[in-house]
Structures are given as structure tokens and as C-alpha cells.
Design a binder for this molecule. Sequence first.
Ligand SMILES: *[C@@H]1O[C@H](CO)[C@@H](O)[C@H](O)[C@H]1NC(C)=O
Ligand SMILES: *[C@@H]1O[C@H](CO)[C@@H](O)[C@H](O)[C@H]1NC(C)=O
Length: 228
Amino acid sequence: MKFLPISFLILALAAATALAYDPDPLQDICLTMRNYNMDFSSYAVFVNGKFCKDPKQTTADDFLFMGLRKPGNTSNPLGSQVTQAFVDQFPGLNTLGISMARIDFAPGGLNPPHTHPRGTELLVVVEGTLLVGFVMSNQLNNTLFTKVLYKGDVFVFPIGLIHFQLNIGNTYTLAFSGLSSQNSGVITIAKAVFGATPPISPEVLTKAFQVDKKVVDYLEAQFWYDNN
Ligand SMILES: *[C@@H]1O[C@H](CO)[C@@H](O)[C@H](O)[C@H]1NC(C)=O
Ligand SMILES: *[C@@H]1O[C@H](CO)[C@@H](O)[C@H](O)[C@H]1NC(C)=O
């Protein structure tokens, strides 16, 4: 019995480590230096987060981001546009483990299959209709979960899993997402695989996708629009 508290402590420590996707803040705020007197942004990519602005120089503006006011331009091959409010755009998010995006969809617009390697995504539909889905990992047999969302509906895409959103209505659709990281990252599957620079060898892709080299050559020759 006397070992119980120690095992609890070890478990608690393990749990704390496992849950710390973004570093827990060690002070109230750590606004990034971007756009301030000294620009350390080119150095900041080498640390886990960004350099901090002097907290004594903080103003209310540091906590405001107006970049989501404007609708994204959906006149592109996907018919959708993601506007990010990640730490790169919104320096006030540094160390806070949270971020946002707005996603505009033309009728039929698609946010193609992609993953966020560091963030769970919570999406709310503000206008229109969306077919959303995500695929479980191999371990869970790549099970697909889908739903049709209407105005006010919320859907969660668990961290790291491949997901998509398609506007199946015949009107414009608007959604907002919250993400559980200041820098969730985005990997668009088709663009990453067929639009890699330099291209991935057709020997790899013909086997991986079980298609002829002709098909791989065709796909690698396409322009893969980045809607982020
Ligand atoms: C949207 O993008 C298209 C294609 O690049 C461009 O022709 C059009 O002017 C843009 N519209 C706005 C409002 O910026
Ligand atoms: C995945 O498929 C295997 C083999 O058919 C099965 O034994 C296992 O229960 C499935 N797992 C889940 C989570 O569906």
C-alpha cells in the first residue's frame, strides 16, 4: 500500500507529459517579437515557439486579430479558402496552445483531405451545409466517420487524423475552426504526395497507389492548389 502514492505520482507525471502538445506557458503571456522594433522572426523558427515581446510594452492590440473579417477568395480550383489565425499571423497566440481559422466555401467547394500534425480541430458551421469526415488510423482499420453539418453544428477532428470538408449545398458556406495548438500545421495529402519538390520517385508511388507510371506521371504533372 505504501507504494501507491509513488505509482500515482508516476502516472500523473506520465499523463501530464502525454497531454502537453504545446508547451505550457510559464508566464501570463509571451507575445512574439514579430512586427515590433526588433525583428527576431527569422531566428524564432529555431526555438519551440517564438521569442517574447517585453510584457511591459504590451497593448490591447496585441490580443486582437482582424484578419478573419474578410471572406477568403474561393475562385480557385478547390472552391475553398482557409484563412489562418495561427501564431505566424497572430503573434499574441505565442505559448497559449490555441489558434483559429475561417474557411469559405463556394457551392461544391472542397477543403481536400489533410491533417494537422499538432492540433485537434473544432469546427462550427456559421452559414450553409458541409459534408465532413475523418479516417481513423490503420490500427482502427481506417474507419471513415462522416456527418452533414448545418448552421450552428459543431464537429471535432481528432489530432493528426486525415479529414475533409465539402460544401454539398448550392449556397456559399462559412465555417470557423479552433485548433488546439498555436501552430497546428497542415499537410494536404494529394499536394504533399504528388506535388512534392523534388517529385517522389514513380517507383515509390506506382507501388504505393497500385497504378501505372502513366497515372503517377499525370498526377505529378498537375498543379496542386494550396487553399491555406
Ligand atoms: C479572386 O481570385 C481570382 C483568381 O485568382 C481573381 O481573379 C479575383 O480577382 C480574386 N477576387 C478578389 C475579390 O480578390
Ligand atoms: C479491425 O479488423 C480486424 C480484422 O478484421 C478485427 O479483428 C478488429 O476487431 C477490427 N478493429 C476495429 C477497431 O474495428
